[in-house]
Ligand binder design. Structure first.
Ligand code: S3P
Length: 187
């Protein structure tokens, strides 16, 4: 049976035969903002994995990290990813650490197309602004150092995406257009 997700288009039938577009990148790379806009543009369903985990768990990501620990969150991330194989044609924004588990990628790729939204840690921190408080990994004393450390650890996985889009080189609207053009089944 197809899983039930809270998505941008309730009730839309996601076609399992059509690949997802998955946006990866650091916190602050714009996965949610860009993903939502791209889905809107293409008439596809948008799914934010963190929001879906929060909905199912009935608590925020910070609470999940604090009360259950990061490994529990990573298990939920993996479970949700396995459900993605039962549906298709969505624009998906997983959390920045999703690429850290190679199993997540191998479950959905292929056929999904993975786009890396590249951003420097400095720009990511600026973009996040007060939203940093919703990222438990960035609520440590040196958030810029944390982002740099996360990027170092994940760089190879991010760069192995099907396509890389440099989000700092273009205006947001242009990035949205570029990402939409890279969606499976477009162009
Ligand atoms: C995380 C990124 C967050 C969220 C969690 C862990 C990470 O998502 O999944 O706080 O490990 O980079 P965003 O990338 O949407 O901030």
């Amino acid at each position: 049976m197809a899983p039930i997700f809270r998505t941008s288009r309730p009730g839309s039938a996601a076609d399992p035969s059509r690949p997802h577009l998955i946006l990866v990148g650091l916190p602050g790379s714009g996965k949610t903002t860009i993903g939502q806009a791209v889905a809107e543009r293409l008439g596809r369903t948008f799914l934010d994995l963190d929001q879906e985990i929060e909905r199912r768990e009935g608590r925020s990501i910070s609470q999940i990290f604090g009360e259950k620990g990061e490994p529990y969150f990573r298990d939920k991330e993996r479970e949700l990813t396995s459900e993605l194989t039962l549906v298709g044609n969505m624009v998906v924004a997983p959390g920045g650490g999703w690429v850290g588990n190679p199993e997540n990628i191998s479950m959905v790729h292929p056929p999904s197309r993975i786009i890396y939204l590249r951003v420097t840690p400095e720009a990511a921190l600026k973009r996040l602004g007060p939203l940093r408080s919703m990222r438990p990994l960035l609520m440590r004393p040196d958030p810029l150092g944390e982002l740099k450390r996360l990027l170092d650890a994940r760089k190879a996985a991010y760069e192995s995406a099907d396509q890389v889009v440099d989000t700092e080189l273009f205006a947001l609207q242009r990035v949205i257009e570029m990402v939409a053009e890279l969606a499976p089944g477009v162009g």
